[in-house]
Design a protein around this ligand. Sequence first.
Ligand code: GLC
Length: 424
Amino acid sequence: MTQDMIDRAEATMRKNDRGHYTVPTHGLYPFQWNWDSALSALGFSRFDEDRAWTEVETLFAHQWDDGMVPHIIFHQHDDGYFPGPDVWGTGREVPTTGITQPAVAGYSVHQLYRRAQDRDAAERRARALLPKIHAWHEWFYRARDPEGTGLVAIIHPWESGRDNSVDWDAAFERVPTEGVMPFKRRDTQHANPEHRPTQAQYERYIWLVQHFRGLDWDNSKLHDASPFRIVDPGFNAILIRACSELADLARQLGENDIAAQSQAYAERGIAAMESLWSDKRGQYLCFDRVTAELVDNPSSGGLLASFAAIPAHRARAVAETIARWGEKVTYLVPSQDPESPDFDSLRYWRGPVWLVVNYMIANGLERAGETKVADRIVADSLRLIEESGFAEYYSPLDAEPCGGGSFTWTAAMVIEFLTRETQS
Ligand code: GLC
């Protein structure tokens, strides 16, 4: 049974492999996505080490001069996706978008290095990636934390990877729609519109893209010029974890400056995360930099914070919150508190379960010793696959598979769960 599931996951990944990068799924997402690739590399590393490194290397081959690593790389033309390169207008030879995505790569590369059988190749490839990943982290703290708070902001919901989370609703009220170009969405031709973001949200997504394009994608201006500036605990936790993993890797490779700076980023970040804690919710919350207020919404972003080395009593409280949510759903972890009035079991990041989020939460909780909840998350994830195959995301109530099918990172996470070692 287990081997059969691993074989099917591997076949799904192979099917979406375009040689030097993978697409998240055929049709809906026909290019390379940033955190999809970093997480997919983990899956590859269990059956094709060389291919795993290549996935990350391809991503970093498209890093911008300022250090930013884009959220999509448009390797080849495809009309099936909107907004394509002409809307972004970033002027790059191989077109990319002009925003980023969660910084998983530092974590993944350290894992690839630890797992590698071919030690020489791993050392060579890790050594080459190390300064690039570090430059991305430096970019984050320079461009997205101009006041040096220790936490970075996202300037577009797509950067979070949790596109239409309830977390962004209030801030989105401030994003105008005047002057938005007329456009035709493609996502709703591939997937059920009821399970996707709304038209009103899409208009604002595009308004922000046009706004940033009008500033020539100059990252020294974008942060302050964006009406949408949110500090997302999940996003920051991923970056913090990546910094601390990179510090470890750098130490092993004798790169002491990178090690020291990465460690300092991680420590400052963990300390600053405390400002996002909510006792009332038993989780971390987003912070809106424009209004200088916490966003009092219980989404999985605040649980994902456990991927970083948060204090043990916080990890315990997050585990308790997840256990409480677990009483209301059949499958953990919903992307929104099932008791919240905004919970929608099928609409994208407003309720459904995503296996990548499950993986990172379970990984963090396990490290913190919260194994009971971590084990339930893993078990629920595997039950979802048995019930509904390798979907993009699932209803936490009845496992209904939603969005795209044959999804790469879902398959990669299944391989990770089934080959799980004790986390270190
Ligand atoms: C959606 C998700 C995002 C993901 C992308 C490709 O936009 O919200 O997190 O990276 O699809 O799978």
